[in-house]
Design a protein around this ligand. Structure first.
Ligand code: ADP
Ligand code: MG
Length: 680
C-alpha cells in the first residue's frame, strides 16, 4: 500500500524522466499530486446528437462506427486515419492525424463514446483526433467528467491522471479533516476525503461544484483564522507606549483645523499608541480626505516620545512631496525630518543613513526600500505605509516581528468592499475618514469625444489664464499600439496649439531624480501644463491644479480614473475633469459616465470590481492579497462572510485552537508560508 509521502516515481508508467518533469509542476509526492487541482473539467456525460453539433466546439458523441477506418499516407511522415460514424440524428467523419494505430481503435458496427473537437465545414468537416471509449452493453449513462490538469511540455493528461489515481488510492480511510464537524454540517460541506475524491474523480458536475465550495470554504476559513490569530497574538505583544502629551502642540502646528474625521482618527491612533500594545491600524479615506496629516500625527508622537518614525510612500515623487510638506510642519515642533530616496547622490545618502542610524533623523520619509533594504534605525517606533497594497499581511507580520514591534499605520484611498478589505486587512483595526476638508466642491466631470478637441484645448488655455494649472494624463503606450499617442506626442501637439504656455512631460522611463524635479517645478507653478503618464496617479497634491484631462480614458480602470481625478478639486476653486474616449463605443461611454455621475469612491469601486475582477482592480500582483488557490475573492464573497464569522466564533471560544489540533497546525503552516513569501 503506497503512502501519500511516497515519491510519484513508484507509480507504474512514471520513470525518472517524467518524475523530473513533474517537479516542474511542483509535484514530487503523491500528496503533492492530490493537492494539484484540475484547472478545468471536460463533461463527457453531456452527449450531443450529431445533428446538433456546430463547428469548432468540443463534443461528446455517442455513435456507431459506419465504415472501416482507412489509413492513408498524405505525404512523407504524415498519415491520416479516417472513418465515418453515425447516430440516429446523422453522420460525421472522424479523422486522426499521425496516429496510424487508430485503424485498430474502433470496429465497424460497434458503439463508442467519442470526445473531441469538430473542425472544418462542408466536405472537410470532421471530428478530429477524438478520444474513444467503448460503451459496455446496457450502459445507458456512458461518459465521465474528466479532470483537466495543468501540464508542462512532455507530460500528458494521462500521466497526471495516473499519478492522481495512485494518490487517491493512497488516501487512508480515516483522512483527517481540519474543518470541525458541526461547521461542516451547518454549511452542508463535503468532508475532506470526499471533496478530494470529487475533485479528482467526479461523477457529476454537481459534485465538482460541491467539492469546490468545500475547498473554497476551507481556504477562506483557514485564512480568517490565521488573520484573526495574528491580530489576537499582537494584542498580547508588548508595544512601545507613546504618551500623547505632545498631541496638542502637533494640532496647533497644523496650517488648518483638522476635520472631525481626521481628529477621530488621530485620537484613535494616540489611544492605540498609549495602550502598551503595538498598533496595527488602517486609515481608509477617499482621495483628498487628508490622510497625510493623520499619518504625520503618528510620526510626531513617535518623535516626541524619543522614537523614530518611517514614513513610506509608493513612489519617490510622493516621498519627495511628503517631505516638502511635512518638513516645515515638523520643524515648527523641533522634530528633525530626513528624506531618503534612491535618486539621492551617494554623499546625500551617506549623510541621511548616518542620521538615521544615530537617531538624529527622527522622522524618515522614503519609499518601501526604507524597510525592505535593511536601513538601520537607531530606535524605530512607528511605521507608516502610504497607498500601498503590496504592504500586505506578510510584510506587516514580518515587520511586527522585527525589533521593537513598531506601531504600524497603513493608509489606503482605494475604497474596497468590506469583505475584500477583510482579506487584505483582516488583521488591522480600521479608522475611516468619511469627511472631506471644508470648502471642497465636487469635481465637474465630462466624458467627451474627439469632436470636442478644440474646445477642450481652448478650455485648458482659459483655466491657465485664470491662474490655474492643468494635468493631461495619457495611458502608457505599449509596443505595437498605434492608435494611442504617447505623452511626448501630446505635449508636442499642445505646444503647437498653445505656444505661450509652459508645458512639461513626466513619464515612467525618466529617472526618479528628473521626475522629482519636474514635479517640484509644477508644484512651484513654474509649469502650466503637466503631460504625464500615470506616475501621478496616487497621492500627488498640487492644490492649484484645477483641470484634469485624461486622454484615452477608456483604457483606464474606473478606480484609477477616480484616483486621477482626485488630483484636482484640492483647492477651493471649482475643478474640472475631462475624459476623452466617449466616442469609443457604447460600453466605453457607459463606463465613463459612471464617473460623471458620482464622486463617491465606494460606488465607483463597486462598479469597477464588478466589471474587471480583483486582479485588474489592484493591478497585476500589486494587491498584497494572500495567495488564494481556489477561492475567488469576488465571486466567493458570501462564503467569505460565513468563513469570517465562523472563524471569529471558534477563536473567541478557543483562542489557541487547543481543541482543534489539526486546524491549529494548518493555520500555523499557512501563516508561516505567508511570512516566508512562499505564496507570493
Ligand atoms: P489624501 O492623502 O487623503 O488623498 P492629502 O493628505 O494629500 O489627502 O490632503 C489633500 C489636501 O487637503 C492637501 O492639500 C492637504 O493639505 C489638505 N487638507 C488636509 N486636511 C485638511 C483640513 N483639515 N483642512 C483643509 N485642508 C486640508
Ligand atoms: Mg495621500
Amino acid at each position: 500500500m503506497p503512502a501519500l509521502d511516497d515519491s510519484i516515481q513508484h507509480v507504474s508508467g512514471i520513470g525518472p524522466k517524467k518524475t523530473a518533469l513533474f517537479q516542474k509542476l511542483h509535484i514530487s509526492t503523491l500528496r503533492d499530486a492530490l493537492e494539484t487541482y484540475p484547472r478545468d473539467y471536460e463533461d463527457r456525460t453531456r452527449i450531443t446528437p450529431i445533428a446538433d453539433t456546430a463547428s469548432d466546439g468540443k463534443y461528446a458523441l455517442r455513435a456507431v462506427v459506419g465504415t472501416q477506418p482507412k489509413l492513408s499516407r498524405l505525404r512523407r511522415g504524415l498519415t491520416l486515419v479516417k472513418c465515418t460514424i453515425f447516430d440516429s440524428s446523422g453522420s460525421l467523419s472522424v479523422t486522426w492525424f499521425n496516429s496510424p494505430y487508430a485503424v485498430s481503435l474502433v470496429r465497424v458496427g460497434e458503439e463508442y463514446l467519442f470526445y473531441g473537437r469538430i473542425q472544418g465545414a462542408g466536405r472537410t468537416r470532421a471530428l478530429v483526433s477524438p478520444q474513444v471509449e467503448p460503451i459496455a452493453p446496457g450502459d445507458d449513462r456512458p461518459g465521465r467528467i474528466v479532470p483537466v490538469y495543468p501540464l508542462t511540455a512532455g507530460l500528458t493528461q494521462r500521466d497526471l491522471a495516473r499519478v492522481t489515481e495512485a494518490a487517491l488510492d493512497a488516501v487512508p480511510g480515516d483522512w483527517p479533516d481540519p474543518l470541525p464537524a458541526p461547521l461542516r454540517a451547518r454549511y452542508r460541506l463535503l468532508d475532506a476525503a470526499d471533496a478530494l475524491a470529487a475533485i479528482h474523480r467526479p461523477q457529476t458536475t454537481g459534485e465538482v461544484a460541491e467539492a469546490r465550495r468545500r475547498m473554497v470554504f476551507e481556504e477562506l476559513f483557514l485564512l480568517c483564522c490565521g488573520l484573526q490569530q495574528l491580530k489576537e497574538r499582537r494584542r498580547d505583544d508588548p508595544g512601545i507606549p507613546f504618551a500623547a502629551d505632545g498631541l496638542a502642540a502637533y494640532l496647533a502646528a497644523l496650517p488648518f483645523a483638522p476635520t472631525g474625521a481626521q481628529r477621530r482618527a488621530i485620537d484613535q491612533i494616540a489611544a492605540d499608541c498609549a495602550s502598551g500594545r503595538p498598533m496595527n491600524r488602517l486609515v481608509q479615506g477617499d482621495v483628498g480626505s487628508g490622510k497625510t496629516i493623520v499619518a504625520a500625527a503618528l510620526c510626531a508622537l513617535a518623535a516626541q516620545n524619543g522614537w523614530q518614525a518611517a514614513f513610506m510612500a509608493p513612489t519617490e515623487i510622493l516621498a519627495a512631496q511628503h517631505a516638502a510638506t511635512l518638513t516645515p510642519l515638523f520643524a515648527r515642533l523641533g522634530i528633525a525630518c530626513t528624506l531618503l530616496t534612491g535618486s539621492m547622490t551617494a554623499a546625500q545618502k551617506r549623510t541621511a543613513l548616518a542620521a538615521i542610524e544615530s537617531g538624529a533623523a527622527q522622522v524618515v520619509i522614503g519609499t518601501h526600500a526604507l524597510i525592505q533594504q535593511g536601513v538601520t534605525f537607531h530606535r524605530l517606533g512607528a511605521v507608516v505605509a502610504d497607498e500601498q497594497h503590496r504592504f500586505g499581511v506578510a510584510q506587516r507580520a514580518a515587520l511586527s516581528a522585527k525589533g521593537n514591534a513598531p506601531h504600524i499605520l497603513v493608509m489606503s484611498a482605494t475604497p474596497i468592499p468590506r469583505t475584500l478589505a477583510l482579506l487584505l486587512y483582516g488583521d488591522l483595526d480600521v479608522s475611516i475618514l468619511d469627511e472631506l476638508p471644508p470648502g471642497r466642491r465636487p469635481v465637474e466631470t465630462y466624458a467627451v469625444g474627439q469632436t470636442m478637441r478644440r474646445r477642450i484645448t481652448a478650455f485648458i488655455d482659459k483655466q491657465i489664464a485664470a491662474g490655474g494649472q492643468v494635468y493631461v494624463v495619457c495611458p502608457l503606450v505599449e509596443e505595437g499600439e498605434t492608435d494611442l499617442r504617447s505623452a511626448e506626442q501630446h505635449a508636442k501637439e499642445l505646444h503647437t496649439a498653445l505656444p505661450h504656455r509652459r508645458i512639461a512631460v513626466l513619464h515612467g522611463r525618466m529617472k526618479d531624480a528628473e521626475k522629482t524635479r519636474v514635479m517640484q517645478a509644477f508644484a512651484a507653478q513654474q509649469v502650466d501644463i503637466l503631460v504625464a503618464t500615470t506616475v501621478i496617479e496616487v497621492g500627488v497634491d498640487v492644490p492649484n491644479a484645477g483641470l484634469m484631462v485624461v486622454e484615452d480614458a477608456d483604457r483606464f480602470g474606473l478606480s484609477q480614473l477616480h484616483q486621477l481625478r482626485g488630483r484636482v478639486g484640492r483647492g477651493s476653486r471649482q475643478s474640472y475633469c475631462v475624459l476623452f474616449g466617449a466616442d469609443k463605443g457604447a460600453t466605453a461611454r457607459e463606463r465613463l459616465k459612471i464617473l460623471c455621475r458620482t464622486n463617491d469612491g465606494f460606488e465607483i469601486a463597486r462598479a469597477d470590481l464588478a466589471q474587471r475582477g480583483p486582479g485588474d482592480f489592484f493591478g497585476q500582483r500589486q494587491h498584497g492579497l494572500p495567495a488564494l488557490h481556489v477561492a475567488d475573492p469576488v465571486a466567493d464573497l458570501a462564503l467569505m462572510q460565513a468563513a469570517r464569522e465562523e472563524a471569529e466564533a471558534i477563536l473567541s471560544a478557543d483562542p489557541q485552537l487547543a481543541g482543534y489540533p489539526l486546524l491549529r497546525d494548518r493555520v500555523q503552516r499557512l501563516l508561516a508560508a505567508e511570512q516566508d513569501g512562499a505564496f507570493n
